[in-house]
Design a protein around this ligand. Structure first.
Ligand code: AMP
Length: 541
C-alpha cells in the first residue's frame, strides 16, 4: 500500500509545525507500515543522500528504510518501483494550487492502486467530465475543493473510500455528486421508476441529516433525483408518503431509519451506495448496533463511503466489516489536534458560580449590536435550559438547541439563528460539529466540554471561510484535568496562556493516534468492546 502526502502548508506554516507534522507522519507510517512522502521528508532525505550513498557502498541497506512490519519505503503502489512511484507522486503534487496549500493543510491519499493515473486529482470541474446538469450545483464554485478533487475520481470508479475531512471542506458534495451519478447510471438501464432507494446516507444528528438533505435536494433537482430525509422527533406521516411515492436517495439518522425498516416501510435491498457521515460521532452516540443492523439490510454489492473526523478502533472495525478490504483513504487537513488559527482564543479561569455574571458582561461586549451571530456552548441540557431562561429574563433575544428539545423547536431555533432573526444561540455539543453555519463571530464556552477535541470543534464554528473569529472560554477547577491539553492547543495557535490555567498543571495523558487509534493493526474481531460511559443528562440523540 502506498501513501502520498502533499505539503499544502509550505507557504504559510511555521517551521516547528512542519517538523512536528513530519515526525507524526513518520510515526504513523511506522504504525501502519505505509509508504509516505512529504516535501519535508524529501528535503531531509536530500541532505541524507550522501550518507546513504556511503552506507550502500558499504553493502548496508539503509536501516531506516525498513519499516516495523517489514515493508520498505522503496516499494511503491502495487509493488511499483520507488522511482516510478515517486514520479507519479510528483505529478500529483504539482497539481495542487497555492491557495489550497494555505487553507487545507496536508492531503494524504492511500490504498490499492491509488497512484494510478486514472485517479489523478481534478484541477477543474471540466476535468471531471461530469454532465452539465450534475455540475449545475457547483456553478458558484471556482473549482473542486481538495476533498472533491481527490475523492471524485475514486468514487466515480465505484471504489470504497474513507474520507477524513471536516465539515466545511465541501465533503457533502464530495460524496453527493458521485451518489447522483450512481443513481443516474442505475436508472438509465431501467424502464420504470424505482420505488426503493438506491443510495443511503447515515448521519449522527438530525440537523446534520437535514443539512445533507438540503444540499442533495438542491444538487439533485436539475437531474430529477428524488431525496427524502428521515429522523426522529417528527411525525412519520410525510416520511412514509415519501417512501411510498419512491425516492432515489434516503438520508437519515439511524434510530428513525431502523424504525421505518422494522415497519416494513423502508426497504434497503436496492441500496448500492452507502455513506456514513461523521462515523466516529455516530458510534460515540451509541448508534453502533443500529448502524450494523441497517447496513446488513443493504445490497451486499454496495459501494461504501465513510467520513470521519478521527479514526478510532470502533470505526476501523466497522470499515473492516463492511468495506472492500483495501479501501482508498483520503485525509484532508491537519491530523494533529489543532485549532483554527483564524480564531482568537481567550481562556478565563473563574469560579463556577460567577459564570452567569461574566456571561452577561461578555454579551454586553461581544453582542452589543444584537445583530452579530454568537453561540454560547453549554454541556448539559438542563444547564442549557437554565442559561436560556436566565438570559431571556434579562431581556436577551435568545434561542436554544439541545437533544432534549422537541424537534420542531430545534429546527425552528436553528433556522432563526441561521437567518439572523435571532443571532444568539445556546447549544450543547449537538451543534459543536458538522453544522455549516455562516458568519458566527463569537463562540462563548460557558462550560468546558468533556474533551479537548470537542473544544476544538466548538471553537471551529467561528473563523470560517477565511474570516476571523473569537472564542471566549470559561475554565473552572472542575475542568483542571484538561488544563494540559488546552495549554497545548493554545500554544500551538500562538495564543495567550493564562498563568491561572498553568497552575492546574500541564500534564497531558498519553493519547492514541488521532487517526488510527492506539492499536490500528492489532484489532481482532473478538477484541473487548470499549465501555461507553453515559452521563445522566448528557446530550446523546
Ligand atoms: P461541507 O459541510 O463539508 O459539505 O461544506 C459545505 C460548504 O462548502 C458549503 O458552504 C458549500 O457551499 C461549500 N463548498 C462546497 N463545495 C465547494 C467548492 N468546490 N468550492 C468552494 N466551496 C464549496
Amino acid at each position: 500500500m502506498g501513501k502520498k502526502i502533499k505539503d499544502l502548508t509550505s507557504s504559510g506554516g511555521d517551521e516547528d509545525r512542519k517538523i512536528k507534522r513530519k515526525r507524526k507522519l513518520e510515526e504513523e507510517a511506522q504504525i501502519n507500515g505505509e509508504v509516505i512522502e512529504t516535501p519535508e521528508i524529501s528535503a531531509s532525505k536530500k541532505s541524507d543522500k550522501k550518507k546513504k550513498k556511503k552506507e550502500k557502498k558499504n553493502g548496508k541497506e539503509a536501516e531506516n528504510t525498513q519499516l516495523e512490519n517489514g515493508s520498505k519505503l522503496s516499494e511503491g503502489f502495487n509493488g511499483e518501483s520507488g522511482k516510478k512511484k515517486k514520479k507519479k507522486e510528483e505529478k500529483r503534487d504539482g497539481e495542487v494550487g497555492e491557495e489550497e496549500k494555505k487553507s487545507y493543510g496536508v492531503v494524504v491519499v492511500s490504498g490499492k492502486n491509488s497512484g494510478d493515473s486514472k485517479y489523478a486529482p481534478l484541477s477543474s470541474f471540466a476535468d471531471s467530465k461530469l454532465p452539465d446538469n450534475v455540475l449545475e450545483c457547483c456553478k458558484g464554485f471556482a473549482k473542486p475543493s481538495p476533498i472533491q478533487a481527490h475523492a471524485w475520481p475514486f468514487l466515480l470508479d465505484n471504489r470504497d473510500l474513507i474520507g477524513i475531512a471536516q465539515t466545511g471542506s465541501g465533503k457533502t458534495l464530495a460524496f453527493g455528486i458521485p451518489a447522483i451519478m450512481h443513481v443516474l447510471g442505475k436508472r438509465k438501464d431501467e424502464k420504470s421508476r424505482r420505488v426503493n432507494p438506491l443510495c443511503l446516507f447515515l448521519s449522527p444528528t438530525r440537523e446534520l441529516a437535514q443539512q445533507i438533505a438540503d444540499v442533495l435536494c438542491d444538487a439533485g433537482k436539475s437531474c430529477g433525483i428524488k431525496t427524502a430525509c428521515f429522523y426522529g422527533g417528527t411525525s412519520k406521516g410525510p416520511q412514509l408518503s415519501a417512501l411510498k411515492s419512491g425516492i432515489d436517495i434516503a438520508i437519515g439518522t439511524p434510530g428513525r431509519l431502523k424504525d421505518l425498516i422494522e415497519m416494513g416501510a423502508c426497504r434497503l435491498q436496492d441500496v448500492s451506495f452507502v455513506v456514513l457521515d461523521e462515523a466516529d460521532r455516530m458510534l460515540d452516540m451509541g448508534f453502533e448496533q443500529d448502524v450494523r443492523s441497517i447496513l446488513s439490510k443493504t445490497n451486499s454489492a454496495r459501494q461504501m463511503v465513510m467520513f470521519s473526523a478521527t479514526w478510532p478502533m470502533e470505526v476501523h472495525q466497522l470499515a473492516q466489516e463492511f468495506m472492500d478490504p483495501n479501501p482508498i483513504k483520503v485525509v484532508v487537513g491537519s491530523e494533529d489536534l489543532a485549532a483554527n488559527h483564524d480564531v482568537m482564543q481567550i481562556v478565563e479561569v473563574l469560579e463556577e458560580n460567577t459564570r452567569d455574571r461574566r456571561l452577561v458582561a461578555l454579551l454586553d461586549k461581544y453582542h452589543e449590536s444584537q445583530k452579530n451571530r454568537v453561540i454560547v456552548f453549554v454541556l448539559y441540557q438542563k444547564e442549557g435550559d437554565r442559561v436560556e431562561r436566565m438570559l431571556q429574563g434579562r431581556g436577551w433575544n435568545v434561542v436554544a438547541i439541545h437533544a432534549g428539545k422537541p424537534q420542531s423547536t430545534r429546527t425552528k431555533s436553528l433556522a432563526l439563528f441561521k437567518s439572523g432573526t435571532c443571532p444568539l444561540l445556546i447549544a450543547t455539543d449537538v451543534a459543536a460539529r458538522g453544522l455549516d453555519i455562516p458568519d458566527v463571530e463569537v463562540v462563548i464556552n460557558y462550560s468546558f466540554p468533556l474533551t479537548t477535541e470537542d473544544y476544538v470543534h466548538r471553537i471551529g464554528r467561528t473563523g470560517r471561510a477565511g474570516k476571523k473569529g473569537v472564542a471566549h472560554t470559561f475554565f473552572t477547577k472542575e475542568n483542571k484535568g484538561l488544563a494540559g491539553e488546552l495549554v497545548n492547543v493554545l500554544r500551538e495557535a500562538n495564543q495567550h496562556i493564562p498563568p491561572d490555567l498553568v497552575k492546574f498543571g500541564t500534564h497531558v495523558k498519553k493519547k492514541e493516534s488521532k487517526l488510527y487509534g492506539a492499536h490500528f493493526r492489532e484489532i481482532t474481531a473478538d477484541a473487548p468492546k470499549a465501555t461507553k460511559i453515559t452521563f445522566a443528562d448528557s446530550d446523546d440523540e
